[in-house]
Design a protein around this ligand. Sequence first.
Ligand SMILES: C[S@@+](CC[C@H](N)C(=O)[O-])C[C@H]1O[C@@H](n2cnc3c(N)ncnc32)[C@H](O)[C@@H]1O
Length: 253
Amino acid sequence: MGGPGKRRAHLVTGFVSSRTIQMHATPSKRPRKVRLKSGKDRSASSTLWLERQLNDPYVARAKREGFRARAAFKLIEIDEKYHLFKSGARVVDLGAAPGGWSQVAAQRIGSAQGRGKVVAVDRLEMAPTPGVEFIRRDFLGPGAGDEIKALLGGSADVVLSDMAANATGHRPTDHLRVMALAEAAADFAREVLAPGGAFLCKVLQGGTEATLLAALKRDFSHVKHVKPAASRPESAELYLLASGFRGTRQPMR
Ligand SMILES: C[S@@+](CC[C@H](N)C(=O)[O-])C[C@H]1O[C@@H](n2cnc3c(N)ncnc32)[C@H](O)[C@@H]1O
C-alpha cells in the first residue's frame, strides 16, 4: 500500500469468467493513517478492525453522506456503471441490514416519494428507512419468499443480495455458505423478476459454482463478475451481475 499522500492507481472494476477488464481511478488524497495500540482492554484483532475503520475513506464518506454502511458505495458504483435502477422500479434487497443498499435503492428509484418499492429482508433488525418496507426474516426459512412476493405486489425489476453468512475462517466452509445463499437468491430472482430485470449478488472469488453460472447465462442476456473499488481489495468478495432476464421461470436444478 502507498504511504500517506502517495498517488496510487486503484482497481475499480474487474470482470472474471469470459473476459477481464480492469479500470483505474485516481484516488483522492489520503489523510495520515491512524495507528492504535492493543492492550489489556482491546485484543489485537479488535485493534486491527478499529484501525481499519478509522483509516477507511469509505467509512468516513458513509458517515458524511448519511449512509448506514460503507457498502452503499459498492452499489452506487455498480449502478453508475450499469444503470440498475429506474425511477418507479420494484426492488428486493436480501441481506439488507444495516441498510446502506436499501438507502441507495430507495433514493435512486424515488420510493420515499411514492415511486416504486423497495422490499428489504434481513435476519437482523434494521432501523426504519424512508421508502423501504423491511421484514425481519431468515431468507432461507419457510415462507420468507412468499412474504416478500406479497409485499412486492407484482414482479420485481431488480433483485439484490448482499447476504453473507458469518465467517468461520475456514475457507471452503465459508465459500459453501456464501454460495448456498447466492443460489437461493438466484432461484428467488428467477421466480420474481420481470423480463428485462436484473440480479446482483455477492459471491466469493475462487469460483462461482459452474451450475449457477450456467443457469444464469441461460436465463439472462448478460452475466459478469464485478469488483467495485469500494469492495476491499484484500477481500475475496465479488459481485455477480446478471441483467436482461429472459423471463424463464423454471426452478434451478
Ligand atoms: C454484508 S451485510 C449486508 C450489508 C447491506 N448490503 C448494507 O448495505 O447495509 C450481510 C447481511 O446478510 C444478512 N444475512 C445473512 N444470511 C441471511 C439470511 N439467511 N437471511 C436473511 N439475512 C441474512 C446478515 O444478517 C447481514 O446483515
